[in-house]
Design a protein around this ligand. Structure first.
Ligand code: DAH
Length: 271
């Protein structure tokens, strides 16, 4: 007998005496999964990357300049109120919107600009089915010569069609934001009833998706971008809203409680 087979024999004798039963089935090693918000955020990234956007990031801890002043928000605007914004020591605050990243990108880069910026935002809101003090938005900004409202509508419709399916329509309605002129609110046709009216869309056939508009020339002027030469559009979407619609989640708080019975339903999705 060769030395090798002797060694194997010796080893199997040891195993036989170790008290272990090697014929027993293995203990399953449960696989983790991605959080639904992560799955949706990655999906959103993919859609915009495929449309030629780049991903930009900015800090969660901001200052008044990036969160308000440079976004053309007057000193007495209600959103600056202590009741809405978490202020910190030394003039810092937790950003209330990802629109801050528009400013940071335009400070550092010259047009043409075509970015999205997904990230966390903070507002002093009590948790309820549609509010959370921590939530996520994705901001989009496109700046170039000759950008118009129709580019905004087209980008929005393409995004909605990929995200929710080709039958879902989008529309914009006049609204007001300090940093866009004109400003609009974006709706999509109800993904539950298709627009005929149901409980989810409160019989209106439409669901609100976020804010949008043409970048206000004041914002360009603050950042030294020639507002005679360049125009741009911007929008901000709520990521929780998209996740809740896609996965039929009735209450935003479910997304933050991390109950394993909920999380397990997403195991294996979006890997
Ligand atoms: N930042 C706004 C909010 O949190 C959403 C928004 C509105 C973003 C208009 C935009 C925009 O980029 O153009 O309510």
């Amino acid at each position: 007998m060769t030395a090798k087979s002797n060694a194997i024999k010796e080893q199997s004798w040891q195993i036989g005496n170790s008290g272990l039963d090697y014929s027993m089935p293995g203990v399953p090693n449960h696989r983790g999964g991605l959080h639904p918000l992560t799955i949706i955020r990655r999906e959103i990234d993919e859609v915009f990357l495929s449309m030629g956007f780049e991903i930009a990031e900015g800090p969660d801890i901001e200052d008044e300049f990036h969160n308000f002043d440079a976004l053309n928000t007057p000193a007495d605007h209600p959103s600056r109120n202590l009741a809405d914004t978490f202020y910190m020591e030394g003039g810092k605050l937790l950003r209330t919107q990802t629109s801050t990243v528009q400013i940071r990108v335009m400070e550092s880069f010259k047009p043409p600009i075509r970015i999205i910026s997904p990230g966390r935002c903070y507002r002093n809101d009590k948790p309820d089915p549609s509010h959370s003090p921590v939530f996520h938005q994705v901001e989009a900004l496109v700046v170039d010569k000759g950008i118009s409202m129709s580019d905004l509508k087209d980008t929005l419709q393409s995004f909605v069609a990929i995200m929710f399916g080709g039958r879902v329509r989008s529309r914009i309605r006049p609204h007001f934001f300090p940093f866009t002129e004109p400003s609009a609110e974006m709706d999509i046709s109800c993904v539950v009833c298709g627009g005929s009216g149901c409980r989810v869309c409160k019989q209106s056939g439409w669901l609100e998706m976020g804010g949008a508009g043409m970048v206000d020339p004041n914002v360009f002027d603050t950042l030294g971008i020639d507002s005679e030469l360049y125009t741009g559009f911007a929008f901000g979407l709520g990521i929780e809203r998209i996740a809740m619609l896609k996965y039929n989640i009735p209450d935003m708080r479910i997304l933050f409680e991390n109950d394993l019975r909920m999380l397990r339903q997403f195991r294996g999705e979006g890997q």
